[in-house]
Design a protein around this ligand. Structure first.
Ligand SMILES: Cc1ncc(COP(=O)(O)O)c(C=O)c1O
Ligand SMILES: N[C@@H](CCOP(=O)(O)O)C(=O)O
Length: 527
């Protein structure tokens, strides 16, 4: 469908890896100094102390010129800070970069990670953080009304609140899947975290608010960022274009032609992004955006950029919060480029390290069988990772064969006693239809996660009373074509066991009564 709207050709020629820009190394002995002078406070009128707020947090309020009711919290006397370090290193790593640097890879070409000054955060105990985060839920206080920015001290502690670009993302529904759990799985404590019920319809909003806010800050600092770009299977591009449009920042998106849903394609188009539709798959788009962002002052918005994961990790914290800080036994997450599984691990682990909870859940990463490089790696006993050519799947947003965050995913799974599962096309579509029949309206990726749950439950690995959370990553309304195909039994080679096609009937009383009686007697023998 994309190809009918946009030509495939691009004048951009691939550049060899050797031309990718490498970050400048910081002197290990140089003290870490904040780049931004406004790093520890917001520029606003003097505070009015609100004694109902937890220790150390004072608020002041003002009306800004958009008449948006805002309030800014000032954390008094803290030393909260964060920086980039090579993935796997700690805050004290000798190689590190300021978050105001434009850098996506370590000196050796490896992944980066955002590390927080945990000693500063540990000056406050678990109860303090629980109370602080709880006190911000359900308010419109800027920016804490956002589920991401309500954890600002753990996300981007040094950003000025006026630089934040937010749609008050997060705070999504944690739905008790009572009927699905009891009817299909003999489970009474099954929950679905609906991260897709969000501004642009997917969990990507959680990361994008952080990334675009940081870009907003960099542009105000006159750093050379002319736009923000991503490769996408449809959700990252939707989030990027919306947040950039809100901030007046140009966005550029690389999409694999004919591989994303129409609803996803129209999102960046409507939000004014520069959309390039390419005759390749996601992995091809990803390679190109990495090459292009190494050459042009376009900031990279994919989860290779570890800033994104700082926002995404708040979904894990939110789950704990929604359970009154009780830890679920299992959390199941669909995986593609594999940033999100690590983001969840990081959120849970941070809560444990800072004393909000005393353990973390076991994580399950679920992949489509048609795009399963992590699953194959796991099955090999983590012996050998081979990128592959992912083939078409209804879970189109995870049709990825060469995930950039493979190392992050392995780390998360190994440190959470994790499991990887896979779902065939029939399994994921059946699971989606079953879930929908209990009142959900989930995306096929959530169907992949539910399939993993069904398999682990049937094998007795997940118990009937285990508290289990399935992460739903996108809104079902983005994927209506797959549901139409399923319910009209139009998928070749698929039985579509749970299809519920509409019945065509004459608009006559007798005809309507006949079909209703037949239907009711089938549904209820007592009728
Ligand atoms: C709807 C949806 N679910 C799951 C994923 C997988 O997330 P990740 O790439 O972080 O593994 C993606 C994107 O890749 C997505 O768009
Ligand atoms: N599903 C993603 C794929 C890219 O993932 P990212 O988290 O690295 O941006 C999308 O919607 O584009």
């Amino acid at each position: 469908m994309a190809s009918s709207l946009f030509p495939f050709n691009t004048s951009l020629s691939p550049k060899p890896d050797s031309l990718l820009r490498r970050p400048t190394r910081r002197n290990s002995s140089s003290p870490f100094t904040l780049v931004c002078s406004s790093a520890t406070s917001d520029s606003a009128p003097s505070p009015v102390i609100d004694s109902s707020l937890p220790l150390g947090v004072h608020t002041h309020q003002f009306q800004d010129d958009s008449h948006r009711h805002r309030s800014v919290a000032v954390d008094v006397g803290h030393n909260f800070s964060a920086k980039y370090v090579p993935f796997g290193s700690g805050y004290d790593s000798s190689e590190w970069y300021s978050l105001d640097d434009i850098v996506y890879r370590s000196r050796s070409g490896g992944l980066l990670d955002v590390q927080h000054n945990m000693d500063a955060l540990k000056k406050f105990d678990g109860a303090y953080w629980r109370n602080l985060f709880d006190s911000r839920v359900g308010k419109t206080t800027w920016p804490y009304g956002s589920g991401v920015w309500s954890k600002k001290e753990w996300v981007l502690p040094e950003i000025d609140s006026s630089d934040i670009v937010s749609a008050f993302e997060g705070n999504t529904n944690l739905f008790w899947a009572e009927r699905f759990g009891k009817q299909f799985l003999g489970m009474n404590d099954l929950w679905v975290k609906h991260c897709g019920i969000s501004h642009t319809g997917s969990f990507k909003d959680l990361g994008m608010t952080v990334l675009v806010s940081q870009v907003n800050r960099l542009r105000k600092m006159n750093r050379p960022v002319v736009g923000v770009g991503c490769a996408s299977t449809g959700d990252t591009s939707a989030a990027l274009s919306a947040y950039c449009a809100a901030a007046g920042i140009p966005s550029i998106v690389f999409l694999p032609a004919d591989k994303i849903s129409m609803a996803q394609l129209v999102q960046p188009i409507a939000n004014g992004a520069f959309v390039l539709s390419m005759d390749t798959d996601f992995d091809g788009c990803m390679k190109l955006i990495r090459e292009v962002t190494a050459e042009l002052p376009i900031y990279l918005a994919n989860s290779l950029n570890s800033l994104r994961l700082e926002g995404q990790k708040t979904a894990a914290i939110e789950i704990l919060q929604q359970f009154d800080w009780e830890v679920p036994d299992w959390v199941i997450i669909p995986g593609g480029n594999l940033g999100n599984i690590y983001a969840f691990y990081k959120g849970f682990e941070m809560c444990k390290e800072l004393g909000l909870v005393d353990k973390i859940p076991r994580l399950v990463c679920a992949q489509a069988a048609n795009a399963n490089p992590l699953y194959l790696y796991y099955k090999s006993g983590w012996e050998e990772f081979s990128p592959l050519k992912a083939t078409t799947t209804f879970a189109s947003a995870i049709q990825i064969g060469d995930p950039v965050s493979i190392d992050r995913a392995v780390f998360a799974l190994q440190n959470s006693n994790g499991i990887v599962e896979e779902a065939t096309e029939e399994e994921l579509m059946d699971a989606t239809a079953q879930a929908d029949s209990t009142g959900m309206f989930i995306c096929p990726h959530t169907g992949v996660a539910l399939t993993a749950l069904i398999k682990l439950r049937n094998r007795g690995i997940i118990g009937g009373s285990d508290r289990t959370v399935v992460v739903s990553t996108a809104h079902g309304l983005k994927f209506t074509q797959s549901k139409i195909d399923y319910h009209s039994r139009a998928i070749s080679g698929m039985e579509c066991r749970f299809a519920n096609p509409p019945v065509e009937v004459k608009a006559e009383f007798g005809a309507v009564m006949d079909v209703l009686k037949e239907h009711l007697s089938r549904k209820s023998p007592k009728f």
